[in-house]
Design a protein around this ligand. Structure first.
Ligand code: HSE
Length: 434
């Protein structure tokens, strides 16, 4: 006899609609795997959705009516945004409902409050879909890697950004044109600035770091840089130097604190992460016992995201009859053991750097550049210099060895004062991921 489990989906947009369809299409497989008859009993929608068969579903216009409905066991929050979503999630928790959400902004910025409220009411809040779309990376961190100390993780965790970088590199397409396509495909956020300026990736990175290192959510202290400043010229020069440019979220635990940063990054072309293209996401996790593992899959889109939401629903459904002692413990940042995080300022982070600048073609130019670098203890790993143009300006691209960012900035400021250097020096961080 299957146990009935009622789902209330709030919002039937891209992700909510995908969830509705996957639950309906795969009902038999899900029942076989969970022993539960998982059905959508309620939805909240603002306007008619003729594409969905809602004949056996209670349709509400107010999401809070779903959060309060006595028949609903699990509330799925797919309305997105902050205020209304937070009100919905807290109302559901107060009414004893378990919650599944894809809302990374909500978890990254209000997670601590939401989790402590959930613990108070003895319910679960699951959010696999909030990070890296369809990739079960939160499950990997919480369960598959539970026996490890996590050293670092690095991920391509925004599908829209990776789609734009890939199309720019492979097809020479225009940034705005590719972004419009990502929006049409349902990959981009309602406000696509979140994708292109790295805010969305930073939300996801804050969640991953919290789980990986058992520390509080620290979104507001992370360093965030988007892809809007990546020039097609850098994509070409990086390739010549043996790198692909990817937008990475990086979290690393060091004795002195945690690196938490999102920015465009040159990655050696031989690395798996450098070869993750289009809307695909991937997260590489380095841990003490297992070494490096990597998780790859679609990072956005209706059904990949629904796949993660439905997996969370299945996990909760399986636990509905189980005692707390039998269940996987609640999420780390809901625990009393949660630690405050020391986040390293970006100026103290060490990495390699790519520099690109234009120099007047005359003897001694590179000597002055190397003097400015070596004054800060920086040496050059590799360099290319293009033949001078009609104005006798040569394009130079180089990669440094590892150095603290503050030192690099001092050297760059010095280089920019040289009379033979035209304009500013373009800087992108480099990671070998070894
Ligand atoms: N806008 C997000 C992305 C959606 O492109 O990755 C998935 O979180």
């Amino acid at each position: 006899m299957l146990k009935p489990v009622n789902i209330g989906i709030c919002g039937l947009g891209t992700v909510g609609g995908g969830t509705f369809n996957v639950l309906a299409r795969n009902h038999a497989q899900i029942a076989a795997r969970t022993g539960c008859d998982i059905r959508v009993s309620h939805v909240a929608i603002r306007q008619a959705k003729p594409e969905f068969d809602l004949s056996n579903v209670t349709v509400e216009s107010d999401v809070l009516a779903v959060a309060r409905a006595p028949e609903v066991d699990i509330v799925v929050e797919t309305i997105g945004g902050y205020d209304a979503a937070k009100r919905l999630v807290l109302t559901a928790i107060e009414h004893g409902k378990h919650v599944v959400t894809a809302n990374k902004a909500l978890i990254a910025e209000h997670g601590n409050e939401i989790f402590s409220k959930a613990a108070e009411h003895g319910v679960s809040v699951y959010f696999e879909a909030a990070v890296a779309g369809g990739i079960p990376v939160i499950k990997a961190l919480r369960e598959g890697l539970a026996g490890n100390q996590i050293d670092w993780l690095a991920g391509i965790i925004n599908g829209t950004g990776n789609f734009i970088l890939t199309e720019m590199k492979d097809k020479g397409r225009d940034f705005a044109d590719v972004l419009a396509e990502a929006q049409a495909l349902g990959y981009a956020e309602a406000d696509p600035t979140f994708d292109v300026e790295g805010i969305d990736a930073c939300h996801k990175l804050a969640i991953l770091a919290s789980l990986a290192f058992g520390v509080e959510l620290s979104f507001d202290r992370a360093y965030t840089e988007g892809i809007s400043q990546v020039a097609p010229l850098d994509v070409v020069l990086a390739e010549e130097l043996g790198f692909n440019i990817k937008h990475l979220g990086i979290a690393r635990q060091l004795e002195q604190g945690i690196e938490l940063r999102v920015h465009p990054t040159l990655i050696p072309k031989t690395q798996l992460l450098a070869n993750v293209h289009g809307v695909m996401n991937a997260v590489m996790i380095h841990a003490d016992a297992v070494g490096s593992t990597m998780y790859y899959g679609a990072g956005a889109g209706a059904e990949p995201t629904a796949s993660s939401i439905v997996a969370d629903i299945c996990d909760i459904a399986r636990l509905l009859d189980a005692s707390q002692a039998q269940s996987v413990p609640p999420l780390s940042f809901a625990q009393a053991s949660i630690q405050p995080a020391t986040i390293l300022p970006i100026e103290q982070v060490r990495s390699e750097f790519y520099l690109r600048f234009s120099a007047h073609d005359e003897p001694g130019v590179m000597m002055h550049v190397t003097e400015a670098l070596s004054a800060q203890g920086i040496s050059i790993e590799t360099m290319i210099q293009k033949a001078p143009d009609a104005a006798e300006h040569s394009l130079v691209a180089l990669v440094t060895d590892h150095v603290e960012e503050q030192r690099l900035r001092t050297a760059v400021a010095q280089i920019e004062t040289l009379p033979t250097i035209q304009g500013s020096v373009h800087v992108i961080r480099v990671e070998s991921l070894a």
